[in-house]
Design a protein around this ligand. Structure first.
Ligand code: MGD
Ligand code: MGD
Ligand code: SF4
Ligand code: SF4
Ligand code: FES
Ligand code: MO
Length: 894
């Protein structure tokens, strides 16, 4: 790489070609004020606070001046110019601009450094006022210096374009582009504008934020699987702000409304703070001693009668260490493999499909490979809402000119920016992916050298693909043949294409086939593993759904994906646990409910999953909970599931505990206690230990760090992972087999991890979904996510996010709405073959005719009483994406 050599205050420095004078100054170990500059944003050079001297040229703005060979830069000697620029800025502000806590204002810090104070007797500009309309972002116009960083952050980092600068000259100030109050703008509440604001003109509302920060804790977001690194600022055990860590390895200083702002639930008045035991039909408060003794006695009895009478649903919201301990509790103490987690409901088909194709059940590439891909195939995922930081980064790449193909029946926000948007009828992915593969083969866009060297099954696949010409696929899926061809060519001609996908691929009757036929495309193109592309990457959902599975909270797999059926693996764990690991794989979540309904199951412990709200066909889930003699539930709140339990343990949330999560690209990251849990509340970790102790057993690993250390000894995949190492070196991608392994961001660089080292192409035919429309149920209901709320909504509904989205709606296409005779906001009753729900209509042309969409974040809306018990034939993942419904307008009289 070409370098540029120059002198900074007499010191020789070298920077890369294309660097700025600011970069050179920093390379010399010096700092400059840069009030209108953020390294992540385009440069405007308007504030003049970064002025330096250049010998022979005079003053120059360091942020915008290219570094050139031989330049002689003076930094110290030009301090006066910068002081003058700061003074000019301060002169236009009210004196209180310098009262903002220094940790919240770059201006205050720089003024302190440069000895600039508020001018005495200065004439205050007219009061421009505040905008307090938004729950999370406050604008104090008098502190605005019109640097425009917020406007650029919104556009360039978040991709939302909600802000603009209005007014002229000294009166210029930031404003929402829509003109009205902030709350009514296009703002999606990501907080990027606040993060970059150098003065505190934009800030988090609340009196606490007028005080200096007492403590900062670095942790990992506990909402979605992106795994954003966050800095939590606290005072007196109360959260002041949560801000994205500038050096966060996944998020690079960005976050979304949930991780950034949705923490108010911690202090919610209805937080559970004492265990509950059902007595005479009513849940009543009990001491920890009573509750743990009671549970221990009942579980001991059940175990002695039949270990398989016990089943445990572990939590993808909880830490790795808690999941490790939970599966150890089930296996080593209770003697059953009946343990599962909500991966069953979302990406079990990914684990199964990717493992069958490539060897391991995780995504193939690090997220940063997004930066080196030239085309993206985004299938059945809506990251703008569900993985917002990923959505923003994909958007940035598209703005850079990277090609984007979106496969989604709905016009999602990234679909609006796509080169090609394929809109298959829900449930027809396999036909679409086979159709794309057909075109790749037909157009000579397959990498035959790669296929010969690294794959098996090409001949069988080719034979099957003969049945999937674009015209036939169009008939099955509704995707026009020419669009399918264009999309295949776009993916096929890219040098390094990337596939990202979500639940629109997995939550189907043939979800595993969807994953496998999608993976075929990367293999045909040689765009994964030893090939050049950016692989196949599931956007895994929960903060720790990858980790819960990694830790062995699965009925057929031990920690590190070792098979229960493998005697050597059972021995390895058995020795460490001083117990015999039961040899028979256990029950999956749907089978656990089945066993409860038919009387085989005597106790079900549900840790952090609201099965009544989020599992499909809730009528039959309720029947299971009613039939099961002992239901135990760990939760923060009295969720519908907790309310139906016999014993409830009040537990700590992610901001209140210590451990690790694994994000969607297999990255182990530390989770740290930012605030102590409320009095009376314990961690899931402590609850498991306490019940075990009452049963007369010691689960070992007294602390989360020890649990991770023990896991590393039984699971070769994680042999090199430990808390001290993560604290020292930062995130690590598994596989990481030993303390000197750097981890493996990119899988399969030499060969695939299957026994024969080859990736296995899958010749899977299109088969119809489990639910079909008919005259009685003419609409197809898709369910999925809204950006403002998270899953059952138990947390986000207890925050100001409720002001951003107050209730669930059913999204209906305008023509359908007209045919139904409904207007925006009308109430309708949806009925399926399984249940009913009442929702308000939201009319949007993002839907195709005949299809409607609803979220499931408001349990009161009972959307999951509509969904069926049809499941993926390989993994048991529910078919949440396809439910036949009818819709009737509810006539409100009076
Ligand atoms: N704000 C927010 N973020 C979340 C969550 C949340 O509840 N709220 N939940 C987290 C969890 S647990 C998960 S698993 C992830 C999920 O993240 P995503 O997978 O992005 O979530 P969904 O919205 O359920 O579904 C994605 C898309 O699949 C499309 N789709 C439906 N059927 C089909 C089909 O047959 N074919 C194709 N190609 N597409 C189809 C839907 O229209 C939808 O746009 O999000 C995580 N992040
Ligand atoms: N119709 C429809 N239904 C769906 C889906 C869909 O797309 N459509 N998606 C499915 C998917 S992908 C998923 S992952 C599931 C998610 O469904 P759930 O896992 O049930 O949803 P969450 O709201 O994430 O969390 C469940 C409970 O855990 C509690 N909790 C949070 N943190 C902790 C903790 O640290 N410890 C304990 N013990 N409890 C905690 C919360 O208060 C909440 O009550 O929903 C599924 N349901
Ligand atoms: S919070 Fe995010 S979306 Fe809203 S104005 Fe600021 S940068 Fe834009
Ligand atoms: S993108 Fe996901 S991990 Fe990042 S802040 Fe939002 S919810 Fe948290
Ligand atoms: S930071 Fe260089 S001109 Fe503002
Ligand atoms: Mo999920």
């Amino acid at each position: 790489m070409a370098v540029v050599k120059l002198l900074v205050d007499g010191r020789q420095v070298e920077v890369a070609a294309g660097a700025t004078v600011l970069d050179a100054v920093r390379a010399a170990g010096l700092a400059l004020p840069t009030l209108c500059h953020d390294d992540r944003l385009t440069t405007v050079a308007s504030c003049r606070t970064c002025l330096v001297g250049i010998t022979g040229r005079g003053p120059a703005a360091a942020c915008s001046t290219p570094a050139e060979d031989g330049l002689r830069i003076t930094v110290e000697a030009s301090r006066a110019m910068r002081r003058e620029a700061l003074r000019a800025i301060v002169a236009g502000l009210p004196a209180r601009a310098l009262d903002v806590p220094a940790d919240r204002s770059e201006l205050v810090r720089q003024c302190a450094d440069y000895g600039v104070t508020a001018p005495a007797g200065s004439v205050l500009p007219p009061e421009r006022g505040n905008d307090h309309s938004h729950p999370y972002v406050k604008l104090d116009r008098d502190l605005c210096i019109a640097c425009g960083r917020c406007v650029r952050a919104c556009a360039e980092i978040q991709g939302t374009f909600a802000l603009t600068l209005v007014g002229r000259g000294a009166a210029t100030v930031v404003a929402p582009g829509t003109g009205g109050p902030w709350a009514e703008s296009d703002c999606v509440s990501c907080g990027a504008c606040v993060n970059t604001c150098p003065t505190g003109a934009l800030s988090e509302p609340g009196l606490l934020n007028l005080l200096p920060i007492e403590r900062q804790t670095r942790t990992t977001c506990g909402y979605c699987g992106v795994g954003c690194s966050l800095e939590v600022a606290t005072r007196d055990n109360v959260i002041m702000t949560v801000r994205p860590a500038a050096d966060g390895s996944v998020n690079r200083g960005h976050a979304c409304v949930k991780g950034r702002f949705a923490h108010g639930f911690l202090g919610s008045a209805d937080r559970l703070t004492t265990p509950l035991i059902r007595r005479d039909g009513t849940l009543t408060p009990a001491s920890w001693e009573e509750a743990t003794t009671y549970v221990a006695a009942r579980l001991s009895e059940i175990r002695d009668a039949d270990p398989d009478g016990f089943a445990l649903i572990s939590s993808a919201r909880a830490t790795n260490e808690e999941n490790y301990l939970a599966q150890k509790f089930a296996r080593a103490l209770m003697g059953t493999n009946n343990v599962d987690n909500c991966a069953r409901l979302c990406h079990a088909p990914s684990a199964a499909g990717l493992a069958a194709t490539f060897g391991l059940g995780g995504g193939t590439n690090p997220f940063d490979d997004l930066d080196r891909c030239d085309a993206i195939l985004l299938a059945g995922a809506n990251p703008t809402a569900a993985h917002p930081v990923v959505g923003s980064r994909i958007f940035q790449r598209v703005m850079d000119g990277v090609r984007l193909v979106v496969v989604d029946p709905r016009r999602t926000s990234l679909a609006r920016h796509a080169d090609i948007h394929l809109r298959p009828r829900p449930g027809t992915n396999v036909a679409v992916f086979n159709g794309l593969a057909h075109v790749l083969a037909r157009e000579g866009l397959v990498d035959t050298d790669f296929l010969d060297a690294h794959t098996s099954g090409y001949e069988e696949l080719l034979a099957l693909l003969g049945d999937y010409p674009p015209e036939r696929v169009a008939g099955i899926s509704g995707v026009p043949a020419e669009d399918l061809v264009r999309a295949a060519v776009m993916y096929g001609q890219a040098a390094a294409p990337a596939i990202f996908y979500g639940l629109g691929v997995t939550e189907h009757r043939h979800g595993t086939d969807g994953v496998r036929t999608l993976s075929n495309l990367a293999l045909l193109r040689g765009a994964v593993g030893p090939g050049a592309g950016a692989g196949v990457n599931p956007l895994r959902g929960q903060n720790n759904v990858q980790g819960a599975s990694d830790m062995g909270a699965l009925p057929d797999l031990l920690p590190g994906y070792q098979k229960v059926l493998d005697p050597a693996a059972r021995d390895r764990c058995g020795v460490a646990w001083q117990a015999d690991v039961p040899p028979r794989p256990g029950l999956r979540i749907p089978q656990m409910f089945e066993a409860a309904r038919n009387g085989a199951s005597k106790a079900l412990w549900v840790i952090g999953e609201d099965v009544l709200a989020t599992d499909p066909d809730s009528t039959s889930v309720r029947a299971a909970l009613t039939a099961c003699p002992l239901v135990i539930c760990n939760d923060l709140f009295l969720s519908p599931t907790a309310a139906a339990a016999d014993v409830v343990f009040p537990v700590a949330a992610w901001l209140e505990k210590d451990g690790t999560f694994v994000n969607f690209d297999r990255r182990f990251q530390r989770v740290r206690e930012a605030v102590a849990p409320p009095a009376g509340v314990r961690t899931d970790f402590a609850v498991l230990h306490a019940v075990a102790a009452r049963m007369g057993a010691d689960l070992g690993c007294a602390t989360p760090a020890e649990a991770m250390a023990e896991c590393a000894t039984v699971a070769p995949l994680f042999g090199g992972i430990s808390h001290p190492r993560l604290d020292r070196d930062g995130p690590l991608h598994w596989p990481c087999g030993s303390a000197d392994s750097p981890g493996t961001p990119r899988l399969y660089q030499d060969r695939f991890a299957t026994p024969d080292g080859l990736a296995h192409l899958a010749a899977r035919p299109y088969l119809p979904p489990g639910e079909e429309c008919d005259a009685e149920f003419p609409f197809l209901l898709i369910t999925g996510r809204r950006g403002e709320h998270y899953n059952s909504g138990s947390m986000t509904r207890r925050t100001h996010n409720l002001r951003l989205l107050a209730e669930e709606t059913v999204d209906v296409e305008p023509g359908d709405a007209a045919a139904l005779g409904v207007r925006d906001g009308d109430l309708v009753r949806l009925g399926s073959r399984h249940g009913t729900a009442v929702l308000r209509v939201r009319i949007t042309d993002d839907m195709e005719p005949g299809q409607v969409f609803a979220g499931f974040h408001f349990p009161g809306a009972t959307v999951n009483s509509l969904t069926s018990s049809v499941e993926d034939e390989v993994t048991g993942c529910p078919e949440y994406k396809v439910t036949a419904v009818h819709i009737f307008r509810i006539r409100v009289t009076g």
